[in-house]
Design a protein around this ligand. Structure first.
Ligand code: AGP
Length: 616
């Protein structure tokens, strides 16, 4: 996912831009660049590769006097990763510079018309079209703000955009449509960024631009207007800064070798933060601020349709079991990239529940828009405050898991399960769930941070298991009921971190094909806590043992019988069946983390992947 940072104020801009880009590296990228304005015009430097390489290339640039600039990390969509395709992009005269997140869907036709009008292009990107469009508009209008607005009226697609111009060196123009963009408001300086982590060191006061908004930012002021003209021309938008809840420490490694390791060890605190102020134990119910005003609407819900991608989709699969078993609400789960293209038949009392850590996943966002088109009530479980999905859904619940930097989602997944448990409690107590059961769930939720801390103490033992399996050619992961989705989550981690092919299955499916894979070189991870389907899992484990397949088993502490089948056993403390995945996933995250570490992989930025998939 690309990153944008812009600054205008009194400080030397280059170090601010480089530091901002370094804070955006976690999003995944392949090239980077900056553009700044000094007394003698615009200057730019772009590189293929890491921000550190850009920083080196900027040494001795003589741009110390520059106090306004924009910068970008690019994850290639149109045009291969290269210096020429890196942002920011410029117009024919090198005056206007543009950093852009998103896609200009109609860029070919626009580029053709611009070339016919005499514009010369230097890159293969869709973004460069924007610079030339704005240039063409400056010949027709009196200022950059209006030129950007008119240029964007020709554009179809998604954008988060920052623009500077040597002919108007006292402002940055920012615009947003479907790709997140915020303004950072500081004393005698202002910023533009694609996410708050780029600027949190300079200000915690931010303004979230909404879709179809354009802003003009100077060193000591900002104004926001609607992009499109209404009946009375453009509409001024009144925006009040919001204070970011977290601080710089949240995006530092704090001595951990990787953000993923830090985020795994944050899980006990994340559980506390996800629960804080939301459990009324004596009444056995959940109080969720974001949906309290929609109680009656939610009481009438007759079906929940959950949609998400990747790990968030797995959280939705766990939520399906919870909502049906404990809230008695019919629930379906669908991968968002499939949901948006099939023809879902909605009922009048359906609720679409979108789960997303980033709140920017394109397929999940599109699924929400599709449901809203059909008049379906939409709810979000989202981690990033002010993100597109959190703003597009009718209401929702924030995770409060803090920034998740590592591409591999861990603490956010656990928080998604916690919030799903709270939502289950919320709906269940509106329906048939008894006070006793509600109190039991609430009490168990409160115990979870301590149970996870017990599991985290097993790290050395898990590291030893990782060393045994780090070179395995592939693995099968099995679970049943609440742990069938968990098998899928661990398989995602084996693939995205360890680059090991992993096949996840609801264990009952094994006999329908995959059992043929088992042999002495094909290990199985069997998630088998002592629960309502334990005996079935044990039978599956015996079937694998009979075919000499190596087994790593996970079960409840005190249950010693699996050690006769499994070469390695991981034990977890007992909790409610519906909460087991929250505890069981933690040692499995450590297992995949340590295998990836032993293989020397770039754990926080796995190859080919990005933290948030904002394109289809
Ligand atoms: C999980 O480790 C992956 N990084 C990926 O599957 C991720 O969960 C998925 O892209 C969804 O992201 P979201 O939660 O931000 O929507």
């Amino acid at each position: 996912m690309c990153g944008i940072v812009g600054y205008i104020g009194k400080k030397e801009v280059v170090p601010i831009l480089i530091n901002g880009l370094k804070r955006l590296e976690y999003r995944g990228y392949d090239s980077a660049g900056v553009a700044v304005l000094t007394g003698n015009g615009a200057h730019s430097k772009r590189v293929l590769g890491r921000v550190a390489g850009l920083e080196d290339a900027l040494q001795g640039n003589g741009w110390q006097t520059a106090t306004i600039g924009i910068a970008h990390t690019r994850w290639a969509t149109h045009g291969k990763p290269s210096e020429a395709n890196a942002h920011p992009h410029t117009d024919c005269k090198g005056n206007i510079w543009v950093a852009h997140n998103g896609i200009v869907e109609n860029y070919q036709e626009l580029k053709k018309a611009l070339i016919e009008a005499g514009h010369e292009f230097k890159s293969e990107t869709d973004t460069e079209v924007l610079a030339h469009l704005i240039e063409a508009e400056t010949e027709k209008t009196d200022n950059l703000f209006n030129a950007v607005r008119h240029a964007l009226s020709h554009v179809r697609g998604a954008y988060g955009l920052a623009v500077i111009s040597a002919t108007e060196p006292d402002k940055i123009i920012a615009a947003r449509n479907s790709s997140p963009l915020i303004l950072g408001i500081g004393p005698e300086e202002n910023l533009v960024a694609s996410d708050a982590s780029a600027i949190i060191n300079l200000t915690k006061e931010v303004i979230y631009l909404d879709d179809n908004e354009i802003a003009e930012v100077t060193a000591d002021s900002f104004r926001v207007e609607s992009l499109e003209f209404g009946p009375h021309g453009s509409e001024k938008r009144v925006k009040h800064p919001e204070t970011i809840e977290w601080d710089e420490a949240a995006i530092a490694k704090d001595g951990h070798a990787h953000f993923m390791h830090k985020e795994i060890f944050e899980i006990p605190e994340v559980i506390r933060n996800s629960i804080r102020g939301r459990l009324i134990v004596e009444e056995g119910r959940a109080k969720l601020g974001g949906i309290e005003n929609h109680k009656d609407e939610l009481r009438d819900v007759e079906r929940v349709l959950i949609t998400a991608c990747g790990t968030a989709h797995v959280a939705g699969r766990v939520a399906e079991y919870m909502l049906e078993e404990y809230a008695g609400v019919p629930t379906e789960v669908d991968i968002a990239s499939e949901f948006r293209y099939r023809k879902p038949i909605f009922g009048k009392n359906d609720l679409l529940l979108a789960i997303s850590q980033s709140g920017e996943t394109a397929d999940t966002l599109a699924a929400v828009k599709e449901a809203k088109e059909k008049g379906v009530t939409t709810m979000g479980i989202v981690n990033v405050v002010g993100s597109s999905i959190s703003r597009d859904t009718d209401f929702g619940v924030y995770n409060h898991a803090g920034p998740e930097i590592s591409v591999a989602s861990t603490k956010a997944f656990v928080s998604q399960l916690i919030v799903s448990s709270l939502f289950t409690l919320f709906l269940g107590r509106q329906r048939e769930m008894s006070l006793t059961m509600g109190k039991r769930i609430a009490e168990e939720l409160k115990q979870l941070p301590e149970l996870v801390k017990v599991v985290l103490q097993q790290e050395d033992a898990i590291k030893a298991i990782a060393a045994k399996y780090k070179d395995m050619p592939a693995i099968m992961t099995l679970g049943r009921k609440y742990n069938a989705p968990l098998a899928a989550e661990v398989a995602i981690k084996f693939k995205e971190l360890c680059y090991i092919p992993a096949i996840d299955l609801p264990a009952g499916e094994m006999k329908h094909g995959s059992l043929a894979l088992i042999d002495k070189d094909f290990p199985t991870l069997a998630i088998a806590p002592v629960d309502s389907v334990y005996e079935k899992m044990k039978s599956n484990i015996e079937e694998i043992k009979a075919r000499v397949g190596p087994i790593i088993a996970l079960t409840t502490e005190g249950n010693d019988e699996l050690s006769q089948y499994a070469s390695d056993v991981i034990y977890i403390p007992k909790t409610l069946e519906m909460l087991t995945p929250i505890v069981a996933v933690v040692p499995l995250y450590l297992l995949t983390y340590h295998i990836a570490a032993l293989k020397g992989h770039d754990i926080d930025k796995p190859r080919n992947l990005a933290k948030s998939v904002t394109v289809e």
